[in-house]
Design a protein. Structure first.
Length: 138
């Protein structure tokens, strides 16, 4: 269950957009643990509309290649997690931070969504991504 309702998020976003209070004061006023959460809500709302504030029934699954593309973009451009999320249409920026941590700790193999990949194919796919070479089938 989501910690904050869509109605609550929208109220806070609209209050921010009125311009009377900043992120930190709004977080304090409404008991939101981190002002960064409000930054995420506002940026998502501005870029993707009110629908982006709705709770997802299930988390979207991203391919290893997509995750690597996002991480490479961040490294190449020096973009923040939030800006990278907006660039790639990801409404949950902390997920990118998790990908980065997993990649730093375990390489590309750590980015594989174990529920989606066939165990035998996971290593092959990751090896191809790591080496960036494509071998012809015999």
């Amino acid at each position: 269950m989501a910690k904050y309702s869509e109605k609550f998020k929208l109220m806070v976003v609209k209050e921010y957009l009125e311009g009377n209070l900043g992120y930190k004061l709004l977080a304090r006023k409404h008991g939101v643990k981190s002002h960064k959460q409000i930054i995420n809500w506002v940026k998502n709302y501005e870029n993707f509309g009110a629908e982006s504030l709705m709770s997802k029934k299930h988390e979207k699954s991203y391919s290893v290649q997509f995750k690597l593309d996002v991480l490479r973009f961040m490294k190449r451009t020096g973009s923040s997690v939030i800006d990278s999320a907006l660039q790639f249409g990801i409404t949950n920026p902390p997920m990118i931070s998790r990908w980065k941590k997993e990649f730093l700790e375990g390489g590309a193999e750590a980015l594989v969504n174990r529920k989606d990949g066939h165990p035998c194919l996971i290593k092959v796919r990751v090896r191809v991504i790591k080496t960036n070479t494509w071998k012809k089938k015999k």
